[in-house]
Design a protein around this ligand. Structure first.
Ligand code: IMP
Length: 424
């Protein structure tokens, strides 16, 4: 394992990145989130217990790991406190092992309201946001209306900042959303009180990470969402508001690109998506319902049913190339075992123009061309080595490797840690 290892999603989120992070972080010293916010829902089942992470790096489950929230993450401090307390019920020294970058922008109560207001104004063009205030918070960062973790370190600076920002936010709430304005003193008091909790965690995270890497510690960078939800490279405008492909790591964690030597791309053996936007291999009707049921495809953050479809190799190849992926983790292969016919999209039929994944209207007319594989019709319990896999599952796996021109180095076939196969 190289010193800096990254994990990114190759679909539209929910690929099972946290499963992969959990396995890899066993060999790591530090775990880092670098973008996104509590829109993420990362689930790990460890020793029969389900843990759901939204902001805290999932690597924290391993007691040796120090966890960092990089400046590219937008942090709802109230959510973070709740999450740390929840995880702390079953995991030792959680608060003591987390540092939050001073540069993190804070998700404020008005961001959540504005998320809903903007979404409703879009009508049929709504994106299907998680409603966690992520877009408005990143927008304020770019507009320079943001409030950052660093502002909690100095009461007078916070007061001054809020005096500038709140009238702008209140104007939006009142004039666009028809909502009552937020009261300055109430918001200030709640920020001071959450500030008391957050202050000991605030640190110069880029500096700590540089020192960690210099001293030979192994650092795992945990991507949230995915390449196809990236604000620049995903299916814009049906995307999240951060750079959720590999490039987001360098600005979001504050480390040099040369420090990351290994990039794991995670994909399910089929595709899912929550929210609106193009999905070329989507299955509507009973076939999609069957995948949803068999794969238990409901969002970890919102509980929404996920849209389901077959594996889309061209889209995943694009995602892997965009993030310079060096190894693939293929998750949930167990879900497909019982199918008479498993389909994999290898190309697009009426592709008479260049495919731009970040121009969704050009994806609308595309039809998938499928290659068919038989299901393996047996459970995968007891599989410990590549050779234990049924020949049909191996053929499926080899085909994906060949198509992506990348090695599949991990396969998962269930939620438990032991339902993981490392392949080289
Ligand atoms: P937002 O990031 O909450 O603004 O949502 C924008 C789009 O990204 C919506 O389609 C969401 O469903 C999707 N999205 C955001 N975070 C995740 C995630 O962690 N998993 C899957 N989809 C996500």
């Amino acid at each position: 394992m190289t010193q800096g290892v990254a994990v990114v999603g190759l679909q539209w989120g929910d690929e099972g990145k946290a499963r992969v992070v959990d396995v890899l972080s066993e060999e790591c010293d530090d775990a880092v989130r670098f973008q996104g916010g509590s829109n993420a829902g990362h689930t790990v089942v460890a020793n029969g217990r389900k843990h759901v992470f939204h902001l805290v790096p999932a690597g924290i489950l391993h007691p040796q790991v120090r966890a960092y929230i990089g400046g590219g993450v937008v942090v709802d401090p109230f959510e973070l406190k709740k999450e740390v307390e929840e995880i702390g019920r079953n995991v030792p020294n959680v608060k003591e092992r987390i540092k939050v970058a001073a540069g993190c922008h804070l998700v404020m109560p008005y961001h959540r309201s504005l998320d809903t207001i903007y979404e409703n104004l879009k009508g049929d063009e709504r994106i299907g946001t998680t409603g966690r205030g992520i877009g408005p918070c990143y927008a304020d960062k770019a507009l320079r209306h943001g409030i950052r973790a660093a502002d909690l370190l100095e009461v007078s600076a916070l007061r001054q900042r809020l005096e500038t920002v709140l009238p702008i936010e209140n104007a939006l709430l009142e004039k666009i959303g028809g909502l009552p304005p937020l009261r300055f003193q109430e918001l200030m008091d709640s920020l001071l009180s959450i500030g008391d909790w957050l202050r000991p965690l605030i640190a110069d995270v880029p500096d700590l990470l540089r020192s960690a890497l210099d001293s030979g510690r192994r650092v795992l960078f945990e991507g949230a969402q995915s390449v196809l939800l990236d604000v620049d490279y995903g299916t814009y405008p049906y995307v999240t508001s951060s750079n959720s492909c590999l490039t987001g790591l360098f600005a979001g964690a504050g480390v040099h690109p040369g420090r990351v030597g290994e990039v794991w791309g995670v994909t399910k053996a089929y595709c899912t998506r929550v929210g609106s936007g193009p999905f070329i291999t989507e299955l509507n009707g009973p076939e999609g319902e069957r995948l949803r049921k068999d794969g238990d495809e409901y969002g970890a953050t919102t509980g929404r049913p996920r849209r389901c479809g077959w594996l889309d190799i061209p889209a995943i190849r694009y995602a892997a190339e965009t993030s310079a992926v060096t190894a693939v983790a293929l998750t949930k292969i167990d879900v497909l075992g019982d199918y008479d016919v498993i389909r994999v999209c290898t190309s697009y039929r009426n592709e008479n123009h260049r495919v731009y994944y970040n121009a969704p209207w050009r994806l609308a007319a595309i039809e998938p061309v499928y290659r068919e594989f038989p299901g393996w019709k047996r459970g995968l319990q007891g599989v410990r080595r590549r050779e234990d896999l049924p020949s049909q599952a191996l053929a499926f796996l080899h085909f994906i490797e060949e198509q992506l021109r990348l090695p599949v180095k991990m396969v998962t076939f269930g939620a438990a840690r032991e339902q993981t196969l490392r392949l080289g």
